[in-house]
Every structure is written in structure tokens, then in C-alpha cells.
Ligand binder design. Sequence first.
Ligand SMILES: *Cc1c(COP(=O)(O)O)cnc(C)c1O
Ligand SMILES: [Zn+2]
Length: 376
Amino acid sequence: MQALVCTNCLEKFNDKEPIWKCPSCGGLLDLEFMPSFDRERIQFRHPSLWRYREALPLNHDENIISFGEGFTPLLETDIDGVKVHIKQDHLFQSGSYKDRGAAVLVSKIRELGIKKVVEDSSGNAGCAVAAYCARAGIECHIYVPKSTSPGKLAQIQKYGAFLHLVPGTREDTASAVLEAAGVNYYASHSWNPYFFQGTKTFAYEVVEQLGWKAPDTVILPVGNGTLLLGAFIGFTELVLAGLIPNIPRLIAVQSAGCAPLAAVFQKDLSALPPIQTHETLAEGIAIAAPVRWKQIVNAVRTSGGLFITVEEEELVCALDRVNRQGFYIEPTAAAAIAGVRKYIAGQQGPEIIVSVFTGHGLKSTEKMLHLLGQDS
Ligand SMILES: *Cc1c(COP(=O)(O)O)cnc(C)c1O
Ligand SMILES: [Zn+2]
């Protein structure tokens, strides 16, 4: 059986309870769940993330809200003369990998019978949750910083979600939604454990697409850690199921303009440092106070990985190179590729490297025009 367990006081709760944090102490919840994998059955199923059905914590198939998402191509790409496998996660319905989390979370929300949710986002998580709520017929309120890319603001509203523009920083938006979450279910990509039950499918897909083999190294962009922690959960489950021998090295990439996790990791801090956020093109990972920071740092350590920070110029350069190879990704997504370039430069010896394109370039037209020197 599955249960929600508090990461702080360790109390357990029935998974039929509509809670997103510990009712006793306010701590973060994780889901305790035993997945299973039947490779024989999986291989004949539709190429979507639901092919791993027995590893996804939904009780009834009729609650599944899906656009047929997942199983995105894993393409071999040349980066500075080195072969890197890149997961094309900008190709989801709403234009970012956040659909992995939203698909499982919103399905669970329907299973719980919840009719209205709130969520906050610097853009893409809001788009993903709004899209799945639209398909499910669930009322959706998205809180975003006023400075969010106009393309993402339009997308959220076009899905029929209620948009709440919050002046100030990303942290001000987080405070505003926590107030709303006092009386509503919080479909949070950072707090809600079901979001990570969706992003973990990244690991399953990579391993299956490599012929049920684990890569040596996985390089991911990190803000709130929804992809990195999901990948860590997924790889850990595959190890426990005996399908891969060990977790790949997880390399976490942060923007130098907002790198609290890199600071914690590198200086072995016991608390998040105060961060002066600088303007960065990597809006999607500019998170000064990620709530799951301890888990993220622990996941990177456990895997034998490390943190890399990338400067604005390195991000712009990586974006340019990738776009000129025919991949239209958004600036935030290029942070990971700038990280790949730095990693490769310091590495010798053959290894299987996997990275990801997290978001689609069409979301950030005004930033692209700005980079081209064509501001309107
Ligand atoms: C959300 C997002 C990320 C990073 O995800 P975190 O959960 O904040 O670590 C990276 N790239 C894009 C395009 C995103 O939308
Ligand atoms: Zn607790």
C-alpha cells in the first residue's frame, strides 16, 4: 500500500487525504510507494509515460488525465565534439517537461475528487498545470511574478485558468500562493509529492531508450529541483527493482545569478544562504529558496555528482549553438547545455552522458528578439 509520509516528523497519512503538507508539523510530504516494472508488457504499450503504469501511483485508470505525453525522443547530439544524448522534453503539449509532473498530479487530483486548485510558478509549471486542469475540468488559479514572459502569461490564460499577477520577486509570489493554499488544494510542483511521481518517468524513459541501461552521467538544470529529484527517485526505483546497477552521477546546473544550492553543496552549508537575485535569462531556474533544498543536495551527493554554475554569457553562447543545430529551446533550457559544455571540458574518457532540453523556444519570443537586437 502507499502512504504519504512527512519528511520532518515522519508521521504517515492515508493517500486518500487531500493534503499537500504535513497536517501535524507543516513539513514536506513524500510518497511511500512500491513501483513495479514488467519489461515484457511495457515494450508493447503506447509510447507515453503511462507505459510504466504499475510504477505510477494512481488507483484507477479512469482518473488518468492525459494528452498522450512522454516518451520524448532521446537524440544523439554533438556538443563540442562529444556525443551527448539529449531528451527532447521541450516537445510536450504545454512546451516543457513540467507536463510529466502535471499529468500525474492532476490525475491524482481528479482521483481525490478535488474541483479547484492553486499553483504558483515562474511560468512553465503554471502552463502545465493549467493545461491538465483544462482537460480535467478543474478550476485552476495560477500565481506568477509580474515579470514572467508574456508568452507564458498568454498561454496560462488561454487554457482558461485564472491568472494572479504578483508584484515583486518570485518569493513574493510563493508567499501569495501559500496564503491562497490555506483554503485550497495546492497543486504545487515544489511541495506536492505527486508532481515528482510524474517527473520520475524521465529516468524510466532514459533507461529504456538506452536499451534498459543506465547512463553514466545525467546533467540537469536545477531551480526547485523538480526534474532532478524526480530523476533521482526514478533511478533509485530502477536500482531497487534490479533493472540498473546504480544511480548515474547527477550533475546539477544553476545560473550563477541565482545559485543557492551550488553554494550549499560547495561550502557545505547547513542552511540556504541569503541570495541577491540578479536578472537572468534563465527565469525558469532563478529560485532563491527552493523548499526541497536538502533533498536536492542530498540527491546530488548520493549519486556522486556535483554542481556547476553558468554565467549569462555562457548561457547565451550555448543557446546560440543549440538553436543553430535546429533545436528551438528557450533560454532557461540552454543553462543545462552550458553546464554540459563545462562538464565535458573537464572530463576525459568515454562515458554515456544524458542531458535535456527542458522548454520550447516559442515561449520566449521577446527574449529571442532581444538577443537578436530586435526589441520592439
Ligand atoms: C522548471 C524548469 C526548469 C527547472 O526546474 P526546477 O524544478 O525549478 O528545478 C528548467 N527549465 C525549464 C524550461 C523549466 O521550466
Ligand atoms: Zn510532520
